[in-house]
Design a binder for this molecule. Structure first.
Ligand SMILES: Nc1ncnc2c1ncn2[C@@H]1O[C@H](COP(=O)(O)OP(=O)(O)OP(=O)(O)O)[C@@H](O)[C@H]1O
Ligand SMILES: [Mg+2]
Length: 336
């Protein structure tokens, strides 16, 4: 079997703030195989963005500190790579699309110039050929009249169009790994569907591996092979999308999925709100971070962090839980 494209081992990231040390990512480990699409979900503050920013060397330090870990991309540890080589990878072999395109696009350069710069930096295309590629990319992400649009500045684009430009930039060099963080959140449903088609097409044609961070379970169901549910900077559950959706083993995943069949939730395409507040990561709970909000938590959950363990006979289905959720739910159902 081919080695994984990406292997994260024991990544721990903290921020030193006036309020104390914020434990954003805690002992995170996972692997991603070539061609796999990983959907990462979890409430605000669960460490989704910080873990990808950390692996790309994009966290400001201070306040960020990578306390431990390795991030092996094609066997090379990104955390040890000189900045010049990382810069080479970012936008080249690793494409990125982040939320907030206004801060990612340069307001004083035309959109065409910015696209061409990325293309020229990471490919052999120059001049008219780079220009043609830029036009093709804008067309691909559904921007009408791309030739004229290339001459315009970011402020002349609508928010949704700027987001599509960011997606075009992320895809411009046919990356081996595409990392998208809330890439389609600001877009209306039709455009979002177009973008997802585009990504699927890229995967089919080039075997692109994808990390797709989102609050939208519908997108995960449509796009991802594997779902990874994060909470308090940890993985709570991970596995093939269908297996996890059919029978979640973490009470947190269960909470997120519970009301999805509900009409209103589907219309809003947002996660169900689980009662209670996310943990204060400057002062995280001692055990399972979700224990304070978990009706199925045991004493052990409140004192000891559960390791990831196989959750079900489905290969790759893992859960971090001391309790047996399906058994607890079945017992409840039996008692009516
Ligand atoms: N620059 C920073 N300084 C201090 N703390 C930070 C900084 N950036 C992130 N954090 C903290 O790190 C933790 C993880 O944040 P992260 O941005 O990864 O969350 P997220 O899962 O991406 O949330 P969202 O869904 O809102 O994007 C949070 O507690 C956040 O407050
Ligand atoms: Mg985020």
């Amino acid at each position: 079997m081919a080695p994984p494209l990406l292997e994260i081992r024991n990544l721990t990231v903290a921020f030193d703030t006036p309020a104390g040390r914020v434990h954003a990512v805690n002992d995170l480990s996972y692997t991603l195989n070539e061609g796999e699409t990983l959907g990462v979900v979890g409430e605000s503050g669960s460490g989704k963005s910080v873990h990808v920013l950390a692996m790309l060397g994009l966290l400001p330090s201070p306040p960020a500190k990578i306390l431990s870990g390795e991030v092996l991309f094609q066997g090379r540890d990104l955390l040890k790579l000189p900045e010049a080589q990382l810069r080479e990878l970012r936008g080249g072999q690793i494409g990125m699309v982040f939320q907030d395109p206004m801060s990612s696009l340069n307001p004083v350069l035309t959109v065409g110039r910015q696209l061409r710069e990325v293309i020229e930096r990471h490919s052999d295309l120059r001049g008219a050929k780079a220009e043609a590629r830029a036009t093709e990319l804008l067309d691909l992400v559904g921007i009408p009249n791309p030739g004229a649009r290339l001459k315009q500045y970011p402020h002349e684009f609508s928010g949704g169009m700027r987001q599509r430009v960011m997606i075009a930039i992320g895809l411009s060099c046919n990356p081996k790994l595409l990392i998208a963080d809330e890439a389609t959140t600001a877009l209306d449903v039709t455009v979002q569907a177009q973008i997802l088609d585009l990504v699927r097409d890229l995967k089919d044609r080039l075997g692109t591996t994808v990390i797709w961070i989102t609050h939208d379970m519908g997108v995960v169901a449509e796009l991802a092979d594997t779902i990874q549910v994060m909470y308090g900077g940890r993985i709570m559950e991970r596995g093939p999308v269908r297996a996890v959706f059919r029978q979640p083993h973490s009470a947190y995943t269960w909470g997120l999925l519970r009301s999805l069949p509900d009409e209103g939730a589907r219309a809003q395409r947002r996660l169900y709100q689980i009662p209670g507040a996310p943990p204060d990561m400057a002062n995280p709970p001692a055990g399972d971070p979700f224990a304070p909000r978990n009706p199925y938590a045991t004493d052990r959950c409140r004192t000891e962090v559960p390791p990831l363990r196989p959750a079900s006979p489905v290969p790759g289905h893992m859960v971090a839980a001391w309790y047996d959720l399906p058994a607890r739910l079945a017992a409840e159902a039996a008692h009516g």
